[in-house]
Design a protein around this ligand. Structure first.
Ligand SMILES: Nc1ncnc2c1ncn2[C@@H]1O[C@H](COP(=O)(O)OP(=O)(O)OP(=O)(O)O)[C@@H](O)[C@H]1O
Length: 255
């Protein structure tokens, strides 16, 4: 049981509850280009944190450091206070789920796609269990045996999210998952992510170019520019930051 005081969580003994993800002086260099520069910050457990910033700021690179796709060149990324380099890849994949804009599916049915996370661990998912995950993302049961390639964009994104739920990952990374969707489907996915965050206390890290979405959905925001973390804190920073570069970005001058 955690109590929230200010922006920090404390347990019964007054110890700060585990943070979800921490970055300690993290940089990432590839081909002599420094894509992330000396980033230090904490993504808090159980919250929705949006990652915003101009194109090329390094947002996707940051997500890739969180699920082990990239390794920090210097500094330390920790998940639940464990350096990511000490976590087994299979455990990490289970702990940190990811959903992408394109919602890539394997060729086959919705059921085949939902089975995938279990199959990777040599386990099986029963149809009854699969129906439960369809319920979670508000999709009808008759979609289970439909070919994934025939789904609408919104349905596809829901299946992609349901697939992350199969692992019950405490952390969910989302990379522009609504940018290809129409307004209605976008609202539905936003409500779904809020529901998952509320119901399972899942920590959500969400890259979005939609600042209105960041304001309405995010508890916190990280504003990145040119590989640096410029601001981190409550989403109200998007309108209240006194940083001129942030203000220019929010006005649309830097997008
Ligand atoms: N593998 C790579 N090798 C070299 N440069 C890369 C690589 N991946 C990304 N970059 C460059 O790093 C910078 C940051 O890319 P990244 O995709 O993290 O930005 P982003 O903030 O997510 O951008 P967007 O909002 O456009 O998706 C960009 O200039 C990109 O071209």
């Amino acid at each position: 049981m955690y109590v929230k005081i200010g922006t920090q969580h404390f347990d019964n003994e007054g110890v700060i509850a585990i943070s979800a993800i921490t970055f300690q002086n993290v940089s990432y260099i590839i081909d002599e280009r420094e894509l992330l520069r000396d980033m230090t910050g904490t993504i808090e457990k159980g919250r929705i944190t949006t990652l915003v910033g101009p194109s090329g700021a390094g947002k996707t690179t940051l997500l890739k450091l969180c699920n082990g796709l990239y390794s920090a060149t210097t500094g330390t990324v920790s998940i639940a206070q464990r350096p990511i380099s000490s976590i087994e890849p299979t455990e990490l994949r289970r702990y940190v789920g990811i959903a992408l804009q394109a919602a890539p599916m394997i060729d086959g049915t919705v059921y085949d796609n939902l089975c995938l996370p279990k199959q990777l661990r040599g386990e099986t998912l029963t149809k009854e269990q699969a129906y439960h995950f369809l319920d979670d993302v508000h999709l009808p049961h008759n979609l289970l045996m439909q070919q994934a390639r025939d789904l609408s964009g919104g349905q596809r994104q829901r299946v992609s999210i349901a697939r992350t739920l199969v692992n019950r990952s405490p952390i969910l990374l989302l990379d522009e998952i609504t940018s290809a969707l129409d307004r209605t489907a976008c609202r539905e996915i936003e409500a779904l992510i809020q529901h998952i965050n509320d119901t399972y206390d899942t920590t959500i890290v969400w890259i979005t170019h939609n600042l209105q979405q960041a304001l309405s959905i995010g508890h916190d925001t990280w504003i990145m520019m040119d590989g640096r973390l410029i601001e981190a804190g409550p989403s109200s920073l998007l309108t209240e930051s006194t940083n001129e570069a942030v203000q220019a970005f929010v006005r649309g001058d830097a997008q």
